[in-house]
Design a protein around this ligand. Structure first.
Ligand SMILES: NC(=O)c1ccc[n+]([C@@H]2O[C@H](COP(=O)([O-])OP(=O)(O)OC[C@H]3O[C@@H](n4cnc5c(N)ncnc54)[C@H](O)[C@@H]3O)[C@@H](O)[C@H]2O)c1
Length: 352
């Protein structure tokens, strides 16, 4: 089986590649990435891309058709991947997350790819008060990032897919350890705060709901989706990827980290205005379609792995919110130095 992973050099990619190597040893894995965060390794013993058979550096907006030759499954991770980046690069977010994704899906269908997996997001539920959101419930995207995910799903649904199965995995908020760690994710931020400053400051009243999924369980869901049969869910499928028990209130996350990193103080801002993002998600459809691939990593395990990984790396940067482990800071630093242009194209690459 030949698998193309776009955006393989981010946070999810290294964990996914290792998972595929272990669970599908014969697969040929091809990576395609612009390399924005290639340098953001934390405590790695080796370059994660040594695990892929072929690595391309390029922009998905220009991905050459020839790369899709003989590919059985595409895992499309490449994206401007959170709200702060989407707000700062609104137009580019639409170009990369939506227009380039649709172009890639068209090329993939034309090339005879059997399975196309789109990394979508539960953030499209935005603010939802009345119970856990199902796939059939209305969405409420609050940001350019969330709009790009729902927009792509809607266009994919209307496309002529020439027999290609499309799976949009609406992931819960990711957490957990990766060779390319991100600290702009709620649980990861709390663990880094606890280890470096001994204090977690919750920037809301702590009541907002956030479903979580460990990055290893994201890999497990993708592993299922790359071989999903049409009969199991239909030719086009949008499914919430996570677990019903893993809907947490933010204060619960802070308290769990404090329990596992003894000595940590938690301060909740009781006067804070309500968070605009708060939603619970119903993951029953995923449980029904992929019972052997539902999340297995517990919250305590995710925290322990983060702690272990950060300690092993000797991580001590109490000012990490200004470091390249925040995706937006990494892009801004590239732009400030002239390496990257405002349209998120490398300044030194000739146009395709
Ligand atoms: N991390 C989460 O909480 C989460 C949750 C739900 C969904 N997702 C989705 O999962 C996917 C992977 O997330 P991640 O956390 O690994 O993101 P990430 O930002 O860490 O990695 C994304 C990768 O895509 C690459 N990339 C971005 N634009 C590109 C372009 N135009 N051409 C080629 N490469 C490009 C970047 O260089 C980076 O290596 C994203 O689509 C994201 O939206 C993530």
């Amino acid at each position: 089986m030949r698998i193309l992973i776009t955006g393989n050099m981010g946070y999810v990619g290294p964990v996914l590649t290792r998972f595929l190597r272990q669970n599908r040893p014969g697969a040929e894995i091809i990576g395609y990435d612009a390399g924005f965060f290639g340098h953001s390794l934390v405590g790695s013993d080796m370059l994660p891309e040594a695990n892929v058979d072929r690595q391309y550096f390029g922009d998905t907006r220009d991905l050459p058709e020839a790369i899709l030759e003989g590919v059985d499954a595409v895992v499309h991770l490449a994206a401007v991947s959170n709200d702060p980046m989407g707000n700062r690069f609104e137009k580019v977010t639409e170009e990369i997350n939506q227009a380039a994704s649709i172009r890639l899906a068209e090329l993939a269908a034309k090339a005879g790819v059997k399975n196309f997996v789109f990394a979508s997001s539960c953030s499209m539920y935005g603010y939802a008060e009345s119970g856990a959101r199902k796939e059939t419930d209305p969405t409420n995207p609050l940001t350019a990032y969330a709009r790009s995910k729902i927009g792509t799903e809607q266009q994919l649904k209307q496309m002529d897919l020439s027999g290609m199965a499309v799976t949009c995995l609406r992931f819960a908020t990711a957490c957990g350890m990766s060779d390319r760690l991100r600290l702009d994710l709620v649980l990861n931020d709390f663990v880094a705060c606890a280890l470096t400053t001994g204090e977690i400051t919750v920037l809301s009243d702590g009541t907002p709901w956030r479903p979580l999924i460990d990055v290893e369980d994201m890999a497990r869901a993708i592993f299922w989706a790359i071989s999903r049969d049409h009969e199991n869910g239909g030719a086009f499928l949008s499914v919430n990827a996570g677990k019903n028990e893993c809907n947490y209130q933010v204060k619960e996350l802070a308290e769990s980290v404090a329990r596992l990193v003894p000595g940590t103080r938690v301060s909740i801002n009781t006067d804070a205005p309500p968070d605009r993002r708060s939603y619970q998600v119903d993951f029953s459809l995923f449980q029904e379609l992929a019972p052997d691939f539902v999340p297995q990593v517990t919250l305590d395990e995710s925290i322990a792995r983060l702690r272990e990984g950060l300690e092993r790396a000797g991580f001590r940067d109490g000012d990490f919110r200004n470091s390249r482990l925040m995706r937006l800071k990494a892009l801004e630093s590239h732009i400030a130095s002239g390496r990257l242009a405002e349209d998120l194209r490398w300044a030194n690459r000739k146009a395709a």
